[in-house]
Design a protein around this ligand. Structure first.
Ligand SMILES: [Fe+2]
Length: 419
């Protein structure tokens, strides 16, 4: 039999090909090459989570086992790179947060998994038995109280549960909230006195269902406002236009109005854009509008402003896609009062991921600091950690930490001082 008669391999889905393809190993590298000058205030680690299937192909990007990638910076040097699978039976592959001294890897319908600073998996974390369900990948730390607010959604009732843990990591509340159906609720928002939920017509059917989410505008669309420590039945619902909300930018209170910035699309297959809701708690009315028409995702802010008025947002503009994978991204800094933005172009063949903001110091003003993100360079077949001046995106990078290997495109990253 000649080779020419062999069956052609089936085309791989986007999440298993190109730079989405998983890496097969765990590595430790020391003293990485740095181009430019690393800012001296960066003493800690940039960590990034993402699906990295370990035991063969997965049917959906979201189902791959989580892998953490860590790049440690200190004293103006890039001390090392390490990658480790999150070694747990649950799928904690989406984000990583630190609360009360614990590093928690998160997905959204599955339980948190704690890891240590060396990325060793410590096991499932359940807040002393209080968390019997999953946990969103987007909990919010209130900068005023240090408390962590979060939620989960589930196929089984109650379909939505709100949680609040104090600064010491002790669970204070687990509040079921009545909704008409489980919906795909990837993110939520907090303000100083409220938490806000997105009950949109994107019905959730389970990640292992052939159709995990279903767009059904007949379900209606509502935003729910709950007092920070309120009971589940104290939610006030505001009817809004049907749509699909991706990630929260931030929310805050302007006297009796909650201003909520998100990325939103008209439906799940449409491009997401920066979008603002203004919920007037006194009148019970909503005003909503797009702030820009560009297709952006992965919005981030200076997180010292979480729940409080923010002037800037950073987001990734998604340009061309080929077979479901981005081939061009541009990082934008928005001035929200005007909607104007400035951009950083990563250059041809270079695709950047979500940017993480690190303030220049404890007294730095909002947005004064650096943006860190992984960039994949197709020509080199490798990745780098880019450091940009957050106040001047048009400028060349401040520094670049060049890895000798690639980091697959993943989901969310975070900077952690001191580890
Ligand atoms: Fe997310």
């Amino acid at each position: 039999m000649s080779m020419s008669t062999a069956a052609e391999p089936a085309a791989l889905p986007f999440h298993l090909s190109g730079n989405f393809a998983p890496v097969p190993d765990e590595t430790d590298l020391e003293d990485l090459e740095v181009i430019g000058r690393l800012p001296g205030h960066l003493s800690g680690s940039y960590l990034r989570n993402g699906p990295n299937p370990r035991h063969g192909p997965t049917p959906h990007w979201f189902l791959g086992q989580g892998m953490l990638h860590a790049i440690r910076l200190d004293g103006g040097r890039a001390r090392g790179y390490r990658n480790r699978w999150v070694d747990a039976p649950t799928t904690a592959n989406t984000s990583i947060v630190r609360h009360a001294g614990r590093l928690l890897t998160l997905a959204e319908t599955t339980a948190p998994v704690e890891v240590d600073a060396a990325l060793r998996t410590r096991g499932r974390f359940d807040f002393g038995g209080g968390l019997t369900r999953g946990m969103t990948a987007h909990p919010k730390t209130c900068p005023l109280t240090g408390e962590l607010r979060f939620f989960t959604y589930a196929l089984e009732a109650p379909h939505l549960v709100y949680y609040r843990a104090d600064a010491d990591g002790v669970l204070q509340q687990a509040e079921p909230i009545a909704v008409g159906s489980p919906t795909y609720m990837h993110d939520f928002a907090i303000t100083e006195h409220h938490s806000v939920f997105f009950d949109m017509p994107v019905l959730y059917r389970g990640w292992r269902d052939p159709e995990p989410i279903r767009w059904d505008p007949s379900y209606g669309a509502r935003l729910g406002v709950l007092p920070r420590a309120g009971r589940g039945d104290e939610v006030r619902w505001f009817e809004v236009e049907p749509g699909s909300i991706g990630h929260t930018v931030n929310a805050w209170e302007d006297s009796s109005t909650i201003v909520l910035d998100v990325v939103r699309a008209a439906h799940p297959d449409a491009p997401t854009c920066l979008y603002r809701y203004e919920l007037d708690l006194a009148r019970g009315s909503v005003h909503e509008r797009a702030l820009d028409s560009r297709h952006v995702e992965f919005p981030r802010i200076d997180e010292r402003r979480t729940g409080r008025c923010h002037r800037h947002a950073f987001a990734l503009e998604l340009g061309a896609f080929v077979n479901g994978a981005p081939t061009q991204t541009v990082l934008r800094r928005y001035e929200l009062a005007s909607g104007r933005s400035t951009a950083h172009d990563f250059g041809p063949g270079r695709v950047g991921g979500e940017a993480v903001f690190v303030p220049a110091g404890p007294d730095a003003g909002e947005g004064e600091g650096h943006l860190l993100m992984l960039v994949h360079d197709a020509a080199r077949g490798a990745s780098e950690l880019l450091v940009l001046d957050a106040t001047d995106l048009a400028a060349p990078p401040v520094a670049s930490v060049r890895l000798p290997r690639r980091v697959p495109f993943g989901i969310h990253g975070q900077w952690f001082d001191g580890i």
